[in-house]
Ligand binder design. Structure first.
Ligand SMILES: C[S@@+](CC[C@H](N)C(=O)[O-])C[C@H]1O[C@@H](n2cnc3c(N)ncnc32)[C@H](O)[C@@H]1O
Length: 297
């Protein structure tokens, strides 16, 4: 897919961030334990409209079996990528990581789910998404822990290093960066720039996990129509997917250089095997998104 110009216009908070929260909330309401990803707070961050839909079997069946039927196969990936990332994070904390930075955090709820952890957490997102998240937390009576800082940024314009250090981030401490569900909405330059800003402020031993959209040539032909439907759908929500990568050439394509070593470049099949196999209640992961875990050298 040729890169296109970034075209997000958001005054209302990210719609795709809300859809990710819908996927996490729906997992607890409609699927069986053990859950791939257990997020008891996701439902409380949803709009009234989505709470009404998920709160009724009939409405939910209409949306999932009729309105969004042909898009439902993409609803498993937000669960597996979050599980993969938090598995990597918890292992990194055991190895001395003490700062957690969530880039394009949307309605991430890690800070609420793990208040006991001795971890400084930085959530970074567009100002409009952060404002709506604060509003919904307040309406739901949820108080964020003092260890959480919410920082507005536009990856296309602002310097991540400047924003983070201005809010108390310590470059000498080992850190873990989560960047889920974001890269495909950014230009290639902004992605490379953000990765190099992260390398600039992350000391050796720090890590990052993010997912990326596989370029069309590497998606099996019979699944390409799903990719097109997905891109049409999020494009209409005002958040077009504009950038994809070659899973066989990530070092070159992401311009990783000597700063980053690839720990894992997890394919959808790898994630399917680890988190989904044996379940009949969730959709098989389509071969669209890969997860990359990098370690700062
Ligand atoms: C699909 S959501 C993912 C949210 C969250 N990471 C998750 O997985 O639940 C994409 C997020 O990227 C943020 N985003 C998109 N473009 C951005 C930009 N240029 N700068 C900062 N954040 C951006 C959106 O506001 C939104 O919260």
């Amino acid at each position: 897919m040729a890169d296109q110009r970034p075209g997000q216009v958001q005054t209302h908070g990210s719609r795709t961030a809300e859809l990710v929260a819908v996927s996490r909330a729906r997992h607890l309401l409609r699927h069986q334990p053990p859950y791939i990803f257990h997020d008891p707070f996701a439902f409380r961050f949803l709009s009234r409209r989505w709470q009404r839909i998920l709160g009724s079997w009939l409405r939910d069946a209409f949306i999932s079996k009729v309105v969004l039927r042909r898009l439902m196969p993409i609803t498993t990936q937000p669960l597996t990528r979050a599980r993969f990332t938090e598995d990597c994070l918890l292992a990194a904390i055991e190895n001395g990581v003490s700062q957690y930075v969530i880039l394009g955090s949307g309605y991430d709820t890690f800070a609420l789910r793990h208040p006991q952890l001795d971890l400084d957490i930085y959530e970074i997102d567009l100002a409009s998404t952060i404002a709506l998240k604060r509003e919904r937390a307040e309406a739901a009576g949820l108080a964020f822990p003092d260890t959480l800082r919410l920082i507005p940024i536009d990856f296309e314009k602002d310097s991540l290093a400047d924003r983070l250090t201005a809010h108390g981030f310590d470059p000498e401490k080992r850190s873990f960066f989560n960047w889920l569900g974001v890269t495909y909405y950014l230009s290639r330059e902004a992605i490379r720039e953000t990765l190099s800003h992260v390398a600039e402020i992350a000391c050796p031993g720090s890590e990052i996990v993010f997912d990326y959209l596989a370029e069309t040539d590497s998606i099996p032909e019979e699944q390409r129509s799903l990719a097109i439907r997905m891109r049409d759908y999020v494009g209409k929500l005002g958040e077009p997917m504009i950038t994809s990568f070659d899973p066989a050439g990530v070092e070159r394509d992401f311009n990783l250089g000597e700063n980053w070593e690839v720990v894992r470049n997890d394919s959808p099949a790898d994630q399917q095997k680890r988190y989904v196999e044996g379940r009949s209640d969730v959709y098989t992961l389509p071969p669209l998104f890969w997860c990359l875990n990098l370690s700062r050298q």
